[in-house]
Ligand binder design. Structure first.
Ligand code: GAR
Length: 205
C-alpha cells in the first residue's frame, strides 16, 4: 500500500506536472498521487490532473467565508479520499495551525527562494523573485520544507541554489528556479516523505 498523496494547487501546476512525470518514471514508488485539490476553479493545474487521469476536487474559499469553514470543507474532501500526505505545489493560501495539526510532518511545501530569505506571509509566486532581484542577491533557489503553524517556517527538507544572471526579470528567474531547483527537489522530497510515512505504518496482520 502506497502513501496516498493529495497535491494542493492554485495555478499553472508545473510542479504538479513535475510530480506526475516523476511518478510516471517510477521515481515515487512509495507514494500515489491520489487527488488534486485546487482552491481556484480556473487553475490550469486541473487540466493537467484530468490529462493524467487523477481525480480532482475544487475547494474555493468564498468571499467572506471564515477560514475555519473553508478548512473544514477541505478536510472533509481529504478524509473522503483517505489522504495521508499533502503536497502544497503553488497553493496560494496559508493553512491555519488547527488545520496543520491534522497532518503533523505530513504536509510539504515548495517555496521559490532559499528560506529564510524572501519567505513568510506575502512572499509567493513572482513576488518572491521580484524581492530577490530588488535586494540584489546573486544567488537564490528553492526550498522544500514541512508545513507547520508558521508560514514557510517548518523544518527544511531540501534546498538548491540557483544563480541570478544579469538582465534577469522576475519571469526569467522564476523559470530558472523552477527548472533547476523546484521540479527536481519536489518529487525527490515527495518520495522521501511518502516512504517515511509508509515505514511508520503498522504492518497489516
Ligand atoms: C512555484 O514557483 C512555487 O514555488 C510558488 O508558486 C509557483 C507555482 O507554480 N509557490 C509559492 O510561492 C508558495 N509560497 P506552479 O503552479 O507552476 O507549480
Amino acid at each position: 500500500m502506497k502513501t496516498r498523496i493529495a497535491v494542493l494547487v492554485s495555478g499553472g501546476g508545473t510542479n504538479l506536472q513535475a510530480l506526475i512525470d516523476a511518478a510516471g518514471r517510477g521515481e515515487i514508488p512509495h507514494g500515489e498521487i491520489a487527488l488534486v485539490v485546487s482552491n481556484n476553479a480556473e487553475a490550469y493545474a486541473l487540466q493537467r490532473a484530468a490529462k493524467a487521469g487523477i481525480p480532482a476536487a475544487i475547494c474555493v474559499r468564498e468571499k467572506g467565508e471564515p477560514r475555519a469553514d473553508f478548512e473544514a470543507r477541505l478536510l472533509e474532501i481529504l478524509r473522503e479520499n483517505d489522504i495521508e500526505m499533502l503536497i502544497l505545489a503553488g497553493f496560494m493560501a496559508i493553512l491555519s495551525a488547527e488545520f496543520v495539526r491534522h497532518y503533523p510532518e505530513r504536509i510539504i511545501n515548495v517555496h521559490p527562494a532559499l528560506i529564510p530569505s524572501f519567505c513568510g506571509e506575502g512572499f509567493y509566486g513572482l513576488r518572491v523573485h521580484r524581492a530577490a532581484l530588488d535586494y540584489g542577491v546573486k544567488v537564490t533557489g528553492a526550498t522544500v520544507h514541512y508545513v507547520n503553524e508558521i508560514p514557510d517556517g517548518g523544518r527544511i527538507i531540501a534546498q538548491k541554489a540557483v544563480d541570478i544572471l544579469p538582465g534577469d526579470t522576475p519571469e526569467t528567474l522564476q523559470r530558472r528556479v523552477m527548472e533547476q531547483a523546484e521540479w527536481i527537489l519536489l518529487p525527490r522530497a515527495a518520495e522521501s516523505v511518502a516512504k517515511e510515512i509508509m515505514d511508520h505504518k503498522e504492518a497489516p496482520l
